[in-house]
Design a protein around this ligand. Structure first.
Ligand code: PXP
Length: 248
C-alpha cells in the first residue's frame, strides 16, 4: 500500500500573496498529520516564491512524520539540506519562469555532478530521491548516481486524454518495475488528483505519492462554508467590548 506525502507549497503561496503570516504552512502541517499524512513535502525554491527558509527550519522541529525537502541541485540548497537534515531530499529541475516543476530531472545528462551531490547528502545520512520521467535511460542514470530513491513524474499521465491515459499508466507501471529491478525505491507525484490517483496508488511497488495542489484545493472546498459561518457570526453578533476596554 502506498503512503501519502502532502506537499504544502500552495498554503505558502496564499500567505506570500499578502506577504503576511497566515495561512502558516507550519501550523497547517499539524492538521495534515492529524489527517493521516505519512510525510510532509516542501519545495524551497531558489526565488523563495512560496516556502521560506524559516518554514523549513520550523518544520524540521515540528514535523512528526517525515520531512521531504524538494530542491534544485545547487550548492546553496546542498548547504541548507546538510544543516536542516530533512528525512529525504528530492532533487528536482527548477527554472525561474516556470509556474510549477516542469518535466523530470535530466539525470542522464549530468551524472557526474549529481553523483557528487547524492554522495555528499547520503554520506551525511540524508536519503536522496531523483525526480525523473518514467524512462529506462533516466532510471539507469539514477542508479549510476548511487541515489536510493526515484520519484516518477506523473504529470504526463495526469494531463493525458481519456484515450491516452491507459498507455501513460502502463509507462508508470513499467518504470516502477524497472526501477525496482535496478535496486531503486519508487515514489511518484505531480498533477495527481482525487479523480486520477487510484490507478497510480495501486501500482505494485509504489511506495509514496507526493500530492499538493489538489489537496489544498479540496481543503478550500470542504472548509469554506465553515469559515464563512464563523465570520458571519462575528459580523452579526459582535461582542460588546471586543477590544477589551482599549477604546477609551
Ligand atoms: N512531486 C514533485 C517533485 C513536485 O515538484 C510537485 C509539485 O511541487 C509535486 C510532487 C506535487 O504536485 P501537485 O502539487 O501537482 O500535487
Amino acid at each position: 500500500m502506498a503512503s501519502l506525502g502532502v506537499n504544502i507549497d500552495h498554503i505558502a503561496n496564499v500567505r506570500q500573496a499578502r506577504q503576511t503570516v497566515e495561512p502558516d504552512p507550519v501550523t497547517m502541517c499539524l492538521l495534515a498529520e492529524l489527517g493521516g499524512a505519512d510525510g510532509i513535502t516542501v519545495h524551497l525554491r531558489e526565488d523563495r516564491r512560496h516556502i521560506q527558509d524559516r518554514d523549513v527550519e520550523l518544520l524540521r522541529q515540528t514535523v512528526r512524520s517525515r520531512l521531504n525537502l524538494e530542491m534544485a541541485a545547487t550548492g546553496e540548497m546542498q548547504t541548507i539540506a546538510l544543516r536542516i537534515k530533512p528525512d529525504m531530499v528530492t532533487l528536482v529541475p527548477e527554472r525561474r519562469e516556470e509556474v510549477t516543476t516542469e518535466g523530470g530531472l535530466d539525470v542522464a545528462g549530468q551524472i557526474p555532478s549529481l553523483t557528487s551531490m547524492v554522495q555528499t547528502l547520503q554520506g551525511s545520512g540524508i536519503p536522496v530521491s531523483l525526480f525523473v520521467d518514467p524512462e529506462l535511460g533516466q532510471l539507469k542514470a539514477c542508479q549510476a548516481t548511487g541515489a536510493r530513491w526515484v520519484e516518477l513524474h506523473t504529470g504526463t499521465y495526469a494531463e493525458a486524454s481519456w484515450d491516452e491515459q491507459p498507455a501513460e499508466l502502463a509507462r508508470l507501471t513499467e518504470a516502477t518495475a524497472q526501477a525496482r529491478a535496478l535496486g531503486l525505491r519508487v515514489n511518484a507525484g505531480h498533477g495527481l488528483t482525487y479523480q486520477n490517483v487510484e490507478p497510480v496508488a495501486a501500482i505494485e511497488g509504489m511506495e509514496e505519492l507526493n500530492i499538493g495542489h489538489t489537496i489544498v484545493a479540496r481543503a478550500l472546498a470542504v472548509g469554506l462554508q465553515a469559515a464563512v459561518q464563523e465570520m458571519r457570526t462575528l459580523v452579526q453578533n459582535p461582542r460588546r467590548d471586543p477590544l477589551f476596554g482599549r477604546l477609551n
